[in-house]
Design a protein around this ligand. Sequence first.
Ligand SMILES: [Zn+2]
Length: 335
Amino acid sequence: MIHDMAALERVKLWIPIKSLGWVNVYIDPGARFMVDAGMLSGRSALELATVLKGKGSSLCGLDGVVITHFHVDHSSMAALLAEAGSPTLYMGWRDLKVVEGGVEVFIRSALQIFMESGLPKGEAEEILSSHPAMRLKYAYDTVRGLNWRPLREGDTLVIGGKRFKVLELPGHTPGHIGLLDEEEGALYSGDVLLQGITPHITLHDWGDDPLGDYLSTLRRIAEMDIRVVYPGHRDPITMPGRRALEILEHHRRRLQEVADLLDRYGPMSGYDVARRVRWRVRYKRWDEYPMAERFFAVGEALAHLRRLEVEGRAERFWRGGVVYWRSVNPPVNGG
Ligand SMILES: [Zn+2]
């Protein structure tokens, strides 16, 4: 008989984000503890209530909830769970700072950088009004006021009688964490590693290097001796080291593609770069991109440009109120 060694059971909760379909949350056998809460909606709250009841617990019966990262599809249901019962709430300390500062402030500061990078103001306003985190602002307002306990690298949590070690795995968000079950070689990793898609990396602050952080996180996972990763979306990953290397290779190529664009076209804004990168999407022309996809594309382009800058391969300068990028050491005949 094949014995499933997972300490926590995966539960797929519906989310109103079509491209993802569901979010994975993980529940201990006694149904007193959850890793990730899911996205607040009537449908997913009902699904979660049914699952918890089936395990002899309920929405108000949880002792603890750990959030891997502050994104709305993982965290906003914590508002309901905290109001229904009184679970202890945990989040990585850096993401907690974002939540305390206001997720709206965080998104607006990203959009400010995007507008400085050439994103038209009208598009920025449309993005803001359609962003799922903005539509669930009321949930974040509750989440923000809750009594959170910050988690740090090396902290341990006991869930369902098992010990888990906290790992800080930044990149997808500044304070993303994972929970390591050392005995089973299993990592509950939120959106750090996903099957078939690469986690979104975006720039919120000119001083940050989120892609650099993420590449370090991937190298760390590639070197770890783990058997399985339980991700925040899609199915468990049974060869996590290999998947981490694949995503590293994806970003190495993307960095080269962006560097080549700067060599070929000369100074470009982040918005220009976003429009020229060959994203793996079904839209042929930029004007077919929905606003949410433009937000992802511009953010991802900027994260790569900023990484090239940190690596000394690109530099930015202001021209006419817009930030432009150019290649450092372009090839001699690179015109
Ligand atoms: Zn996420």
